[in-house]
Design a protein around this ligand. Structure first.
Ligand SMILES: [Zn+2]
Length: 420
């Protein structure tokens, strides 16, 4: 997606992502979604003379061989002018290879501009084979994906691209590539998507995680996406930790340096994902409904880490992901199997209350006692009966719900339904 109206500028020549990540790791929690905040201007940080970290919305990594580059991801198209200018300042004259960590638009839509900006380039784009299916699927769902982005990021209108630069070379389980006398190892793993690649450079002892690590609770529960694999995410992170890397280049947020720190963030996140999958499956296996599992599970204290906060995705949504992956869409609550139309439920509530005015009064009393979730169930139904009468209270309920939430996704959905 592109975030219209945002300014991407090169500002801070002293930008040091390693110092920043060190300070983040000492905190108990991170107040905002740093991976988004951090992406709003483009900076290049030289790790060594042949390797750079480029901070972006969808980070980019660049390997240099004389004046040639190999890039890992290309970021969003809206920031490509700055990415190219940073690469040229760094001495790059052509881009030989681009590796995609996955096919999400914040990682791949810079490709076309970047390739064209380096006229001598005969660039080979490499990615997992399922990226092809993803781009094909995107073309069928441009409208829907535009609405998801509008809702998720609070944009003024639906935004989604309709052109994608497909990989020239695809692979299945693993792939090796030599660049500047260094072997890059590409591994496939399922986590956020089924088309993900993480990359390891032995020479630099550097790991490129893509969105397997984004400085917040993994985006493994997103309510509007077709793929998310919680347990597999945990397994992949465990494998990454065995590489014992000195540098971790995340998909979003600052670069991390230090084997000890990297092992900890990878294993904490891995254990968190595995804990969620194990616990949801065990409750499913003992016959609990989705709602019962939501009431029973909360994250244990060992997972209260600055990089596991529900600021982007939401712990509760990850429960749904596991349920969907292993259990289908039936929630285990029979009335949700074939529910009546909302306005029919609304009429029933109004009858129970003895009229619309009584119902409105009852909703006001729920709001006064801050029972916003209970009120939202009722207001959705009665709003379908009488939009005019229930519009104001509906706005109040959802505004308060959005204020209570910590995750961008929950806030976005509650706010999106507000009448303007
Ligand atoms: Zn991303």
């Amino acid at each position: 997606m592109s975030l219209e109206g945002l300014q991407f500028v090169n500002t801070d020549n002293n930008y040091n992502p390693i110092d920043l990540s060190k300070s983040f790791l000492t905190k108990k929690t991170l107040p905002n979604q740093v991976s988004i905040q951090e992406g709003f201007n483009v900076e290049l940080f030289e790790v060594n003379k042949n390797l750079a970290f480029i901070k972006n919305f969808g980070n980019v990594a660049a390997f240099k061989d004389d004046t040639s580059a190999l890039l890992i991801d290309t970021g969003m198209g809206v920031s490509s002018v700055q990415v190219v200018s940073k690469l040229k300042e760094w001495g790059i004259e052509n881009v030989e290879f681009i590796i995609y960590t996955h096919g999400h638009v914040d990682h791949v839509t810079g490709t076309d501009y970047i390739i064209n900006a380096f006229e001598n380039s005969n660039t080979e784009v490499i990615g997992h084979k399922n990226i092809v299916n993803r781009f094909d699927r995107y073309k069928k769902t441009i409208g829907y994906n535009g609405i998801i982005n509008q809702r998720q990021f609070g944009l003024p209108s639906p935004v989604f691209p309709n052109e994608f630069t497909y990989p020239d070379t695809t692979y299945d389980d693993s792939y090796e590539l030599e660049f500047n006398n260094s072997v890059l190892k590409l591994f496939h793993g399922k986590g956020e998507t089924d088309d993900a690649t993480y990359i390891y450079s032995e020479k630099d002892n550097a790991l490129f995680t893509g969105d397997f690590f984004i400085w917040s609770l993994p985006n493994a529960g997103n309510p509007s996406k077709s793929q998310r694999y919680v347990g597999s995410w945990g397994e992949v992170l465990k494998k990454m930790s065995e590489l014992n890397s000195e540098y971790l280049f995340p998909g979003h947020g600052p670069l991390i340096k230090g084997k000890k720190e990297i092992t900890k963030v990878l294993l904490d996140t891995s254990n968190c994902m595995l804990w969620i999958e194990d616990n949801v499956l065990s409750l499913m296996n003992s016959g609990h409904s989705l709602r019962e599992i939501h009431s029973k599970l909360s994250l244990p204290p060992e997972f209260q880490q600055p990089y596991l906060v529900s600021v982007y995705d939401d712990f509760k949504f990850l429960i749904n992901s596991v349920w969907r992956q292993y259990g289908g869409w039936y929630s285990g609550t029979p009335s949700e199997l074939k529910p009546p139309a909302l306005n029919e439920i609304g009429k029933t509530y109004i009858d129970m209350a003895g009229g619309e005015d009584n119902l409105l009064e009852f909703l006001n009393s729920l709001v006064s006692s801050e029972k916003y979730k209970e009120a939202s169930v009722v207001v959705d139904a009665v709003y379908a009966v009488n939009k005019e009468l229930f519009s104001e209270i509906k706005n109040e309920i959802y505004f308060n719900l959005s204020e209570q939430e910590t995750s961008l996704m929950a806030k976005g959905i509650y706010k999106f339904d507000l009448d303007s």
